[in-house]
Design a protein. Structure first.
Length: 563
């Protein structure tokens, strides 16, 4: 073996060891900047954001005191910085040991005292939080603000900042993004502020994400304005970009966030930045098939003997099985035993629940290759599985599967209970009709997986309401509305019902005043009240009295009296 080859081999080994040591050092430094422990509930935590001067602020408690107002800055290293006055009030000033900042990091003065605190954001508890009792000299805050939350506070969870809803959502990692999401990998080290690589004309340039900066996208001084900037699925016009006079790095500040949603997953080392409208579209299609082929318009029999609609559905080349069709289901659900019988491969897990807890339990997730009935073929259908025997205990026959409404995203469907038929077509619904019932627009409920939600007039009060073909009652309302509604007599208990998140009591009462869906009068007697609901539900009795046509892609529905 030649001397030159040995020298080259040694050089390569030393280079690899140096790289490994460098990565390990970054992990160690990131751990020093992060909380010792983070307690995140299974259900995502949503907190209100205050926008002050175009910057996001959120309230938090420190050592069980507060709440205090903090700037949320993904461009600041470390976890928490406090105003000196607040640190003194909390008896933190001078406590702990002064520590040196990691070499090569910015915005972390070496003379800043460091101590460990407990910080609470809603139901998320951070323990052993590295807290510095002074702000960086270059940072200015509104008088009402008490400090800054840095990027390393959120190192073990997923952060979503939504400008449109002015909310901060914190959830457990890993993050399962909807299909169609264009995720950007983080190119920065764990001990650095987050950076992604973006396309600027013909160049690839790094871009720092700093929500605490009061500007839009500011390019490094050596770059030129003019070319558009491609940021995942976003295209930012070159005329909207600025160029820094002094900085050698490009930064995206909070002024680029209006109308957009930022998700930062430091555990999975990925970022998703998207327009809110595009996010809506992707969320709606999250549980829709990859492809739908309608060979002919057709009518298909549905079995209503149990009060709920059942379809004979074929998976691949199997003999048909009876599926329950539920317009209140945002995803197709398989019974655990049926999923095993099908031999499906688990591709991940998904958090699901009921209206009061949309992400209450974790379920295995699958893809069904082919699902068909009549003259329609659905391909690539997302599905989950759970113990449906437990869900339907005492509530009628247990289905092998529940066919979710998003399955029909690319067709127009009509449920005709009196004739016992499901009709499918590709003919879109018009915006309005001159006769024969009424066409109403609806909003897709993002928390409900894009299910249609209508405005129901309940005695002069507008109540967001779903259509739920899987429910046996005519109209159900949230129990929380009882104090605001006038009733004839007292409510009576009808026992308990069960969803995937647990059991709850059902109440029944008669409303004073009228109930209308658009121009359609509905019965105000025998109304059900459920504590699990956050919106109203129109159940099977409504479908028995009305033909319902849903055009999910165009957010329209056609209601008319049944023949």
């Amino acid at each position: 073996m030649s001397t030159q080859f040995i020298q080259l081999l040694c050089a390569l080994c030393l280079s690899a060891l140096a790289s490994l040591a460098s990565g390990q050092g970054a992990e160690d430094r990131a751990a020093q900047l992060s909380p010792v422990k983070t307690g995140v509930p299974e259900v995502p935590v949503e907190l209100p954001i205050q926008w002050i001067g175009g910057l996001p602020f959120v309230e938090a408690r420190v050592n069980e005191q507060g709440p205090f107002l903090f700037l949320l800055d993904t461009g600041m290293l470390g976890s928490v910085r406090l105003r000196h006055e607040l640190a003194q009030r909390l008896d933190l000033a001078g406590s702990g040991n002064a520590t040196e900042s990691p070499a090569g990091t910015a915005g972390a003065p070496t003379d800043s005292p460091l101590c460990r605190t407990t910080l609470q954001l809603g139901d998320v508890l951070f323990e052993g939080v590295p807290t510095r009792s002074q702000l960086a000299s270059s940072r200015s805050l509104p008088d009402a603000a008490d400090g800054v939350l840095g990027v390393h506070l959120f190192s073990s969870l997923v952060l979503t900042l939504d400008d449109q809803s002015s909310s901060l959502v914190l959830r457990k990692a890993p993050y399962s993004a909807p299909r169609g999401a264009q995720l950007l990998p983080l190119i920065s080290q764990p001990d650095q502020t987050p950076q992604v690589e973006v396309q600027l004309g013909a160049m690839r340039v790094p871009l720092e994400l700093a929500t605490g900066k009061a500007h839009g996208v500011l390019l490094a001084r050596e770059l030129q304005r003019g070319p558009d900037l491609q940021l995942g699925s976003l295209t930012l016009s070159g005329t909207d970009l600025g160029v820094s006079d002094t900085s050698s790095s490009s930064v995206m500040g909070s002024h680029a966030l209006p109308g957009r949603v930022l998700t930062l997953d430091q555990v999975g080392r990925q970022v998703w930045i998207r327009d809110a409208e595009r996010d809506l579209h992707i969320t709606e299609r999250k549980n829709a098939p990859d492809q739908t082929t309608l060979f002919n318009e057709f009518e298909y029999p549905i079995d209503l003997s149990t009060g709920r609609p059942w379809l004979q559905v074929r998976l691949g080349d199997r003999e048909p099985d009876a599926f329950l069709f539920d317009t209140g289901a945002s995803v197709t659900v398989l019974d655990d035993d049926y999923a095993k019988e099908l031999g499906l491969t688990i591709i991940g897990t998904r958090a699901v629940g009921d209206p009061s807890s949309p992400e209450g339990i974790q379920c295995p997730e699958y893809f069904i290759e082919e699902l068909s009935f009549g003259d329609v073929l659905f391909e690539g259908i997302p599905a989950i599985s759970m113990d449906l025997h437990a869900v339907f205990a005492g509530g009628g026959p247990t289905p092998k599967a529940i066919l979710g409404l998003p399955t029909f995203m690319d067709v127009v469907l009509t449920l005709d209970y009196p004739a016992g038929l499901l009709q499918l077509t590709t003919e879109p619904l018009p915006e309005e009709l001159s006769s024969h019932g009424c066409i109403l627009p609806f909003d897709p409920d993002i928390r409900g997986g894009g299910l249609p939600i209508f405005e129901l007039n309940v005695a002069g009060r507008m109540v967001p309401t779903h259509l739920d073909s899987g429910a046996p009652f005519p109209l159900a309302l949230p129990t929380s509305l009882l104090p605001e509604l006038e009733l004839e007599g007292e409510v009576t208990s009808m026992g308990e019902a069960r969803t995937v998140s647990g059991s709850f009591e059902i109440l029944r009462g008669n409303l004073k005043g009228e109930v209308h869906l658009g121009g359609i009068p509905l019965a105000s007697r025998g109304v059900i009240f459920m504590g699990r609901l956050r919106e109203g539900n129109l159940g099977g009795s409504f479908f028995r009295e009305h033909l319902v046509t849903l055009d999910l892609a165009r957010h329209r529905a056609w209601f008319r009296a049944s023949r």
